[in-house]
Write a protein that binds this ligand. Structure first.
Ligand code: FES
Ligand code: MG
Length: 583
């Protein structure tokens, strides 16, 4: 048992947060109780029972959470079985599909709503229902700051896509077939069929994209029931897991098992290890840094690079792997099975929501298919999923996913072809007269946290049509944006500081040589320092994107990519802790 578990102070009905709202003989409590009765509840429903807030990210705008509207009933069933009082709280859905300009712009807004929603309501413990990319970090960041016991309920991956018997993966196959379509190799009928087959059920993207990565991270952090992240959304086991979350959170309230006891540095190191072994989305870096800072744990880019050098990619799931998807990963044993192969790299004594340690949770877990979850001696990629590069183009770092790019590009020098905005890049790559060779380094700037704004997932810059027609399927690409976890290719991302705030990427010009050396972890523009100084002096600061509203606040408080892109005032180190609201 983790040492922290022994320090627990058990809650009693009198010391519940909700008792302050409901248990007193005063006008305030009278008002709250009368309003519970207005909803048809009686004292038998609430007296002496923990109020479990079920934070539901269901929305018609979020296909990945389509099942949450009914799945919440399973959670309520579990809460009732364990003697709690379930109340549902709808929160921001963070739909990856429909939020523009990018869901990342709204991750922190969602996290604020979640933190304040938990704090302001009479919630003793929270079930966090999420899964689509940004919803997971938003829920965990908010709940960490709110500080009440919380358990994460991952949406689960959708079923495998299918087109004429061919397995389709979210994102990855869309990009792949789109390149084919642009090259004239796929007709409209086939394209239409693919559109109908690529997303066959509710649940989040079933490749190893940001969603699968972040839910696995929640699992590895100890914030979910063991292995919950691997259960497909449409599997009956998902309903059973949801009910079990409901039962467990009630006990967590009595045990006062708050996130701070689970989210320690060893837990974050476990999450990084698992992320690497999964061949994770590059977005994981930003979200994990932000989550760690909420927990007061200092995690940085170098922690990822260090882990990437010793943890092999053993989850053979697309896009790092070639064949399998999350459903296959589940049948191969899921996350506990994967972790059973990484015990040398994991802190097995880390406490989890079960009240037991990670090691206890995964004891006896077995891999059922050695091709889907490889042994560490037979990985799909010997070094980890990510590499952090630094140099005169990115003094604070940038990242690349070597496992997803053509090997000959890992050490490459080529002339830059620079674009200041996405529309001009898009127009240029479709121009078959574009002066470009496979040796060029395609560059997009003004696409970072402030410049995007919101650091859109533009980082898998489209290959020039001319090269695609020549059969080129990868080239070096460089930007201060992010890329979807289902993307692939030699894409260097998250250049920090970003060009919009005057980072050195702003000084690069078309024709300058860019040298990338992944084994040496370097990225440089081969331009003399005096010339860079001249260019720096001539830089004109860009106009602000927003003059009012949320964007205005975002612009003033967003951190850079290497710091996790949280708002400065939301980090734990900012100011005194927020106390309980007066009732
Ligand atoms: Fe929701 Fe991919 S769109 S997880
Ligand atoms: Mg995504």
């Amino acid at each position: 048992m983790n040492a922290n578990a022994k320090t627990e102070t058990r809650k009693t009905p009198d010391t519940l947060r909700s008792a302050r709202y409901f248990a007193h003989d005063d006008l305030r409590s009278f008002g709250h109780r009368s309003r519970l009765r207005q909803m048809g509840y009686a004292p038998e429903d609430w007296v002496g029972k923990p109020v479990i807030g079920i934070l539901n990210t269901w929305s018609d705008f979020n296909p990945c959470h389509g099942h949450f509207r009914s799945r919440v009933e399973d959670v309520k069933r579990g809460v009732l079985q364990a003697g709690g009082f379930p109340l549902e709280l709808p929160v921001h859905s963070a739909s990856e599909t429909f939020l523009k300009p990018t869901s990342m712009l709204y991750r922190n807004m969602a996290a604020m709503e979640i933190e304040e929603g938990i704090r302001a309501h009479p919630i003793d413990g929270a079930v966090l229902m999420g899964g689509c990319d940004k919803s997971t970090p938003a829920l965990l960041m908010g709940a960490t700051s709110a500080g009440v016991p919380a358990i994460y309920l991952p949406a689960g991956p959708m079923l495998r896509g299918n087109w004429k018997g061919r397995t389709l993966g979210s994102g990855s196959d869309a990009w792949k077939f789109w390149d084919e379509r642009r090259a004239g190799l796929i007709d409209e009928k086939a394209w239409n069929e693919i559109e109908g087959g690529i997303a066959r059920s509710f649940g989040h993207c079933m490749t190893m994209g940001t969603a699968s990565t972040m839910t696995a991270i929640a699992d590895a952090l100890g914030m979910t029931l063991p292995g919950a992240s691997s259960i497909p959304a449409a599997d009956a086991g998902h309903n059973r897991m949801a009910a079990a979350c409901g039962r467990r959170i009630v006990d967590m309230v009595w045990e006062d098992l708050v996130p701070a006891r689970i989210l320690t540095r060893p837990a974050f190191e476990n999450a990084i290890t698992v992320a690497m072994a999964m061949g994770c989305s590059t977005n994981a870096i930003i979200h994990l840094i932000a989550q760690a800072r909420r927990a007061g744990v200092d995690i940085g880019l170098d922690d990822f690079d260090r882990a990437s050098r010793i943890v092999p990619v053993i989850a053979n799931v697309r896009p790092s792997g070639e064949t399998y998807l999350m459903e296959d990963f589940f049948f191969a044993g899921g996350l506990p099975a994967l972790m059973s192969r990484l015990t040398d790299h994991l802190h097995l004594d880390a406490l989890t929501v079960t009240g037991r340690t990670l090691g206890e949770n995964i004891a006896g877990a077995k891999v059922h298919d050695d091709d889907v979850i490889r042994t560490v001696d037979n990985p799909i990629y010997a070094e980890g999923a990510l590499a952090v590069l630094r140099g005169n183009l990115a003094p604070e770092g940038c990242v690349i996913k070597p496992s997803a790019c053509a090997p000959h590009l890992l050490a490459h020098t080529g002339p830059a072809l620079v674009f200041d905005d996405y529309p001009s890049l898009k127009a240029a790559v479709d121009d078959e007269g574009l002066d470009v060779t496979p040796d060029h380094v395609l560059v997009l700037r003004n696409a970072g946290p402030l410049g995007g704004p919101g650091m859109p997932e533009w980082g898998m810059l489209p290959l020039p049509k001319k090269l695609v027609k020549q059969g080129v399927r990868d080239m070096l690409r460089l930007s201060d944006s992010r890329m979807s976890g289902t993307s692939y290719g030699a894409c260097i991302l998250h250049v920090s500081p970003e060009s919009y705030v005057g980072g050195p990427l702003a000084l690069l010009r078309t024709g300058d040589l860019v040298r990338v050396d992944v084994p040496a972890r370097r990225i440089d523009m081969l331009v003399a320092e005096e010339e860079l100084e001249r260019r720096r002096a001539a830089l004109i600061p860009p106009l602000p994107h927003y003059e009012r509203g949320y964007g205005w606040m975002f612009s003033r408080h967003i951190r850079q990519a290497h710091e996790g892109c949280d708002f400065d005032f939301l980090e734990t180190s900012f100011g005194a802790p927020v106390g309980e609201p007066s009732i």
